[in-house]
Design a protein around this ligand. Structure first.
Ligand SMILES: [Zn+2]
Length: 165
């Protein structure tokens, strides 16, 4: 059976058009995994409203992709643009977030459903094929990040993940 890691390696070895066609104004070095740090049933609309009204981010979202508990992936931003995912590193990142990441008491917790996990993994594989030199990281793996985002260890998850076929 193929493991998650062997799938990722295979994806990174595939030839890519991305580098040659280079219509990107930025270099994607990291595929960054986040959580919204909200309850899992929080709506996409209320998350966007928070960014606009509380954070003052206008139409720029926190992430490129948002994954709902049912596994649906919402594209919020073109990959050629910067999101507000990772302070000071946004120029080099594509950010993926699942909705959730805290328990009822507000403490960091991996609340991903199996469908969110599968959708997240498949998206990572797809992005890895298009950005073969990119590294996969959790938000908290960046230096100086004090938050728990995405509420799980990305490396450990990838090492133990069983792909869905
Ligand atoms: Zn984050």
């Amino acid at each position: 059976m193929e493991t998650a890691i062997s799938l990722l390696r295979a994806a990174q070895l595939k030839p890519t058009n991305q580098i040659k066609s280079n219509n990107m104004k930025r270099t994607v070095k990291y595929i960054v995994i986040h959580c919204t740090a909200t309850q899992p049933d929080t709506t996409v609309e209320s998350i966007q409203r928070y960014w606009r009204e509380v954070k003052g981010w206008g139409d720029t979202p926190g992430y490129h992709y948002l994954i709902k508990p049912n596994g649906e992936i919402i594209k919020l931003l073109d990959e050629s643009k910067n999101s507000y995912g990772v302070y000071a590193n946004n120029n080099e990142c594509i950010s993926i977030s699942y909705i959730g990441g805290i328990d009822k008491a507000g403490k960091a917790k991996d609340t991903r459903t199996r469908k969110q996990e599968v959708a997240m993994f498949d998206k990572i594989i797809e992005l890895t094929e298009r950005y073969p030199t990119s590294k996969i990281r959790g938000h908290r793996d960046f230096p100086g990040v004090k938050r728990a985002c995405p509420s799980f260890d990305v490396k450990t998850w990838l090492a133990n993940y069983t792909p869905a076929f």
